[in-house]
Write a protein that binds this ligand. Structure first.
Ligand code: SAT
Ligand code: MN
Length: 584
């Protein structure tokens, strides 16, 4: 590379890592298109990539991961701070000393015979004061090509790093891919990540969850901003009025679909612009509003369930220059996953013929696509805005089959923070472990907050101390079910009906019903035009079940009490108030 990096601490670190891991050679990645093509060819030769049908899907490749390396492994993910309490009950903890020793033992000599790639990257637009850079050292070309799509990678990032002299260090190796030799370690006090034994998603693409959320949230706290697991969208009304919303849902609860929503016929003239589908970095602006940037440059989305019906925008961006991980293939080598209406799959995600593996899913439930954000039809130039977009609303949500209404609005910022902190959701295949059990997932950050949740809630609360025009906070639930287990709310494009109400609330255009848990829409304010949903069903979705909520509150309180003394005291005031109202 042409940039002079002599004597820079980056070079020193690369040399240290080289000494520890003993690669056969070291390659500094420049991030060029040419380099991407070269790496792709190498992966085709090594079998890491399989070419998909280049007529129907030019530039698309399939990667099959090791069969027990298909999701984030949260029990092997650690936050290593000097004080255990700083990591909090929400994280697995190790002391930095133990953490380094344990993981360095696995890194010793792990790249023998392999190539070590040095990947400088920038999270956020290159000219944004809110962007942060990192360097990932990895022995996986799969990681390199994914980082090329997901971040601003290569020479441009290196230039910024040399100017700013600051970067997050991320060391990654696939190791032997054995789960017993897998560790995903974070050292927030040193702005460092060390991950070994996995080549998958959030475990391995270190810019994403490890940097942009775990290390990012830690940095954000000391610097006065927020790093959140949120999509960012712009909703444009037929009159051309744009409103920006950020929304947090746990993995696999439809963030990508909501961020790319196409309005139904009865909402002609409305438009959704996608600023981000997974992560938001949020900064207070001089005008007292909160501004969000998307630190990523691409989408690492869940394939199964993505279809013309659920997400036509995603379908339109997936027929060229995309990487597919752990999906099935049809006879003519097109990618295939559950939910697609057409195509006959012949091989499943492990490459087995379907007759050999009857009754098993064709695509892995956590199979993914990686694609540049610029390929999305709802892409907006605002994704490149250095100052971000001003947020009018923040939405929290989870997967809740019962009780939680379709939508409600928090009564204040502090109440909204409490609502975010009390989010619960059924677990999904995005992480290993049991699927479909309720767990508390505050702000959808349970697996991603790099420090003690109680301190994190305290940090959120501090935003109300400054003169500000903070966004309103809402909670939504698209996942209510009938006793027979069918979803009541149609979801997907129809979710715009709820967004419309949220925007109307933010603009002071509509009244709401005050209930103990927050403001709920009057039934006539959620449009049912063109919707097959009875008045009674909608009423059911907007009802506050007082007895049910008392139980919910007890469970929330029990969870929050596990944070002990550090819990913000305003939380107990809020809980008491809600409880008194529920009993009144
Ligand atoms: O595998 S990732 O953590 O990057 C995706 C997700 O779970 O949201
Ligand atoms: Mn996510």
């Amino acid at each position: 590379m042409n940039v002079n990096v002599d004597h820079h601490e980056l070079v020193k670190w690369v040399q240290e890592v080289e000494k520890l891991t003993q690669p056969e050679k070291v390659v500094w990645c420049n991030g060029s298109e040419e380099e991407y093509q070269t790496f792709t060819q190498q992966m085709l030769q090594s079998g890491d990539f399989l070419a998909l049908n280049q007529q129907t899907h030019p530039g698309c490749y399939l990667h099959r991961s090791s069969p027990d390396d298909v999701a984030r492994t949260e029990h092997l993910t650690f936050v290593c701070t000097h004080e255990r309490e700083d990591a909090g009950p929400n994280n697995n903890w190790m002391s930095p000393e133990d953490g380094h020793n344990k993981v360095d033992a696995l890194f010793a000599g792990c790249m023998r015979g392999r190539t070590m790639y040095v990947v400088p990257y920038c999270m956020g637009p290159l000219d944004s004061p809110f962007s942060r850079c990192g360097v990932e050292i990895t022995d996986s070309l799969y990681v390199v090509v994914n980082m090329k799509i997901m971040t601003r990678m290569g020479e441009v990032a290196l230039k910024k790093i040399l100017q700013e002299k600051a970067f997050v260090r991320g060391l990654h190796s696939t190791g032997d891919l054995k789960i017993e030799n897998r560790l995903i370690m974070h050292f927030p006090e040193e702005l460092m990540i060390k991950s070994i034994g996995s080549g998958y998603g959030g475990n391995a693409l270190l810019g994403k969850k490890c940097h942009a959320l775990r290390i990012g949230s830690y940095q954000a706290r000391s610097e006065g901003w927020l790093a959140e697991h949120m999509l960012i969208l712009g909703l444009e009304s037929p009159e051309g009025e744009k409103t920006y919303i950020a929304a947090a849902f746990p993995s696999q609860c439809g963030k990508t679909n909501l961020a790319m929503l196409i309005p139904p016929e009865s909402y002609q003239g409305w438009k959704i612009w996608t600023v981000g589908d997974d992560i938001a970095w949020i900064h207070p602006g001089e005008d007292g509003r909160l501004y969000a940037i998307n630190p990523e440059a691409g989408f690492f989305g869940v394939a199964p369930g993505t279809s013309e019906k659920t997400n036509p925008n995603a379908m339109a961006m997936l027929n060229r220059d995309a990487i597919f991980t752990n999906v099935g293939v049809t006879e003519d080598q097109q990618p295939w996953w559950e939910g697609l209406k057409s195509g006959d799959p012949v091989l499943n995600w492990r490459g087995e013929s379907l007759s050999e593996a009857p009754g098993q899913p064709v695509a892995h439930p956590n199979s993914r696509f990686t694609v540049s954000a610029k390929q999305c039809p709802s892409y907006t130039e605002e994704m490149e805005s250095p100052h971000g977009v001003p947020l009018s609303a923040i939405i929290f949500g989870g997967r809740r089959p019962s009780l939680i209404p379709l939508v409600f609005e928090a009564k204040s910022w502090a109440h909204g923070v409490w609502v975010g902190a009390s989010v619960g959701s059924e677990t999904t295949a995005a992480a290993t472990g049991q699927v479909g059990v309720l767990r508390r997932d505050p702000m959808a950050m349970k697996p991603f907050c790099g420090y003690n949740f109680a301190d994190y809630w305290g940090h959120w609360l501090e935003f109300a101390d400054k003169p500000s025009q903070l966004p309103k906070i809402f909670h939504v639930n698209w996942f209510r079910q009938t006793d027979a287990g069918e979803f009541i709310w149609p979801g997907f494009g129809e979710n715009i009906r709820v967004l419309e109400w949220i925007v109307a609330r933010c603009r002071g255009k509509v009244e709401a019903k005050s209930t103990p848990i927050g403001y709920v829409p009057h039934i006539e304010d959620i449009s049912r035009v063109g919707l097959k949903l009875s008045q009674a069903s909608l009423e059911g979705l907007l009802t506050v079940d007082r007895a049910g909520w008392q139980k919910e509150l007890e469970s929330t309180c029990r969870y929050m009490q596990t944070y002990g003394d550090r819990l913000p005291s305003v939380f107990s005031e809020i809980q008491e108030e809600i409880l008194a109202d529920l009993k009144a």
